[in-house]
Design a protein around this ligand. Structure first.
Ligand SMILES: [Mg+2]
Length: 451
């Protein structure tokens, strides 16, 4: 091509179209058209997304982010959970400034297309902030589709495989006796699965309360101290105590919470194997997933992993190489129900069960999304449960109910949860200069560790 022709080529825009199809209207088109979908939405008017609202509320001092998607049908809206409690305002900005203008005017029926186009709209993707923002929209669209079909979301996912989701509760204590008493209490309430965590005297121990934690105010900073060695010495003794006192029937779980060096976690897992845990959770940080292969070669203790995962590359190898037993992603952290159902389907082929993350920093909408998948997925394993406090139930009506350790759907169309926005506004985020950030936990020598 001669120089003059090159210049002409650039000026006509042909070169731009060639290197970037985004500029090529013939390639991009205008998205899916009504006639593309009318065969399966026959009889129903096309539904447009008309508005998106981000609701920030903390009814029990936990920062929750909930997304409300409004549609062209009067009164028809959906709710989704976008709660990333350590970075809620970043998620709210991602929704308000980027996803809201992106989805307004789109066909609310096209959940998968909206997910995929949102996903690539940032070019850089798979991070926790953008995934949570996408989850808020995604769950809300499933909620809308369910309401429109007059069916609970689990029906859209294939219908019930079980009458309710079996859950596990969290028992903790300052010493073995207190943990045992708390496990017994849950067993009396009908729970078959209980996670047990004990405080390590003098240390800030994950999941065991903070009563015995060392909280030193030094140079204006509250320090939380944790050293791995005392922790790995005490945990096998806890489970020896619990098995001796409680017998074999109760299913016991434990969460290492990625706090200790990988080789210590392997050693701990081997020593815990004899106590027949239902699962051992998060033995490694996501950055150390290469260790799962080594762990698997040394022990048959069941492993649960994944609450910190954001990116398919974090779970695909673990699942397809059968290196874990329970996939435990936080649904809003991976992009909502649309991604969750794919992860569940992938896991089913490899004999891996689901155990979606279900702590207090998942909104009731997120728990209802967990439950929809729990009921519909054949390879459901267990559901972490939370007790919804009174204030949370006032703001969010329709919270799933737990009886005898089973979590039941409320059988309303969609996800079955509604929000009282006026009441939600009465529970603003509690004052905190770091807006809910996870405070550092350090070893005795001052080294910061993963939480
Ligand atoms: Mg955990």
């Amino acid at each position: 091509m001669r120089r003059r022709d090159v210049l002409k080529y650039i000026l006509t825009g042909a070169a731009v179209e060639c290197i970037n199809p985004f500029f090529n209207s013939k390639v991009l088109g205008e998205g899916l058209k009504q006639e593309d979908t009318q065969s399966y939405s026959k009889g129903l008017p096309q539904l447009k997304i008309t508005d998106v609202k981000t609701i920030l509320t903390a009814p029990n001092r936990i920062r929750l982010v909930v997304v409300k998607v409004m549609t062209s049908e009067p009164g028809l809206y959906g709710l989704g959970c976008a709660t990333f409690t350590q970075r809620p305002l970043a998620v709210a900005t991602a929704i308000e400034k980027y996803l809201k203008p992106f989805v307004i005017g789109k066909d609310a029926d096209q959940i998968e297309d909206i997910w995929q186009t949102s996903f690539v709209s940032s070019y850089w993707r798979n991070g926790p902030v953008l995934n949570n923002a996408m989850s808020g929209i995604d769950m809300a669209l499933w909620d809308i589709k369910g309401k429109r079909a007059n069916m609970p979301v689990y029906q859209l996912l294939g219908g019930k495989c079980r009458f309710a989701a079996d859950t596990y509760a969290h028992a903790s204590g300052r010493d073995f006796q207190e943990v045992e008493d708390n496990v017994r209490r849950y067993m009396e309430d009908g729970y078959r699965h209980v996670r047990a965590q004990v405080s390590v005297s003098g240390y800030s121990t994950y999941g065991a309360g903070s009563r015995k934690a060392i909280r030193q105010k030094e140079q204006g900073e509250i320090k939380r101290i944790f050293d791995p060695s005392p922790y790995v010495r005490i945990v096998p003794k806890l489970f020896e105590h619990l098995r001796n006192k409680l017998g074999d029937e109760v299913e016991l779980l434990h969460d290492i919470h990625e706090r200790i060096p990988p080789i210590m976690a392997i050693n701990l897992a081997k020593r815990l194997e004899q106590y027949r845990l239902f699962f051992l959770e998060d033995p490694f940080a996501p950055e150390d997933i290469g260790y799962f292969k080594i762990l698997r070669q040394q022990t048959s203790i069941p492993i649960a992993m994944g609450e910190l995962f954001n990116n398919p590359n974090e779970w695909i190898d673990l699942i397809s190489n059968r290196l874990i037993d329970f996939i435990r992603v936080h649904l809003s952290q991976v992009g909502g129900i649309s991604m969750g159902r794919k992860i569940a389907a992938l896991s089913e082929f490899f004999g891996i069960r689901t155990a979606w993350h279900g702590p207090g920093d998942v909104s009731p909408v997120g728990h209802a999304a967990n439950l929809a998948l729990d009921l519909a997925c054949y390879n459901f394993g267990i559901q972490e449960r939370v007790i919804f406090q009174e204030e949370t139930q006032d703001v969010f009506s329709g919270c799933p109910v737990i009886k005898n350790g089973y979590m039941y759907a409320n059988e309303k169309p969609g996800l079955g949860i509604d929000v009282n926005e006026k009441l939600a506004a009465k529970y603003p985020f509690p004052p905190d200069e770091l807006e809910g950030s996870w405070r550092p936990i350090r070893k005795s020598d001052g080294t910061v560790i993963r939480p």
